[in-house]
Write a protein that binds this ligand. Structure first.
Ligand SMILES: CC(C)(COP(=O)(O)OP(=O)(O)OC[C@H]1O[C@@H](n2cnc3c(N)ncnc32)[C@H](O)[C@@H]1OP(=O)(O)O)[C@@H](O)C(=O)NCCC(=O)NCCS
Length: 147
């Protein structure tokens, strides 16, 4: 397994990025300035994008593993890698997600704990209703992890 920081042609990973964030114009807001990491195990399995928030905090904006490779530890390996990568630069990593039990379980399993919630984030910022696991995305739930 190897993880690379990708600095050019980040849009080549759009198919994976759209799995975690289904509106391309939202991805375009953070991808140009975000750090993109790609995990390969023979071929590409997962990607994630991290942006700085302030001098103490960075944010995981996107993480996705191809469906057929989910549940094999690739997502967790990426989070462990980026936590280590940024440990001297930031104190805390935050991530925002929908109020979806399976995704919250994934992040908790990767060391995140509940932080706060932004009411109506998805209904206010996306141009269509969105559902995950049959649950409508309404509020953004933030989780945090000490590096
Ligand atoms: C969320 C996602 C990135 C997880 O990646 P992954 O490579 O499947 O995750 P891992 O295999 O590393 O899982 C790590 C741990 O979380 C747990 N986990 C993963 N998906 C889970 C789920 N749906 N429900 C409960 N637990 C889950 C795993 O059991 C594993 O636990 P373990 O370490 O005890 O075995 C992947 O499911 C995905 O790409 N989903 C679609 C895109 C998405 O929703 N991204 C998040 C947007 S906020």
């Amino acid at each position: 397994m190897r993880i690379e920081k990708v600095t050019s042609n980040k849009k080549q990973f759009l198919d994976l990025l759209l799995m975690a964030d289904e509106q391309e114009e939202m991805i375009d807001k953070y991808l140009p300035d975000g750090d993109l990491f790609a995990l390969y195990d023979d071929d590409l399995k997962s990607v994630c994008v991290v942006v700085p928030v302030n001098s103490e905090t960075c944010e995981l904006k996107n993480i996705a593993t191809y469906q057929q490779y989910q549940g094999k530890g690739y997502g967790k390996a990426l989070i462990q890698f980026i936590s280590n990568y940024y440990k001297n630069d930031f104190k805390t990593m935050v991530v925002g997600t929908g109020d979806i039990p399976s995704i919250l379980s994934f992040y908790e399993n990767c060391g995140f704990e509940n932080s706060h919630r932004v009411k109506n984030f998805f209904t206010d910022n996306y141009d269509h209703l969105m559902f995950e696991d049959g649950i409508q995305l309404v509020d953004m739930v933030y989780l945090k992890k000490t590096m």
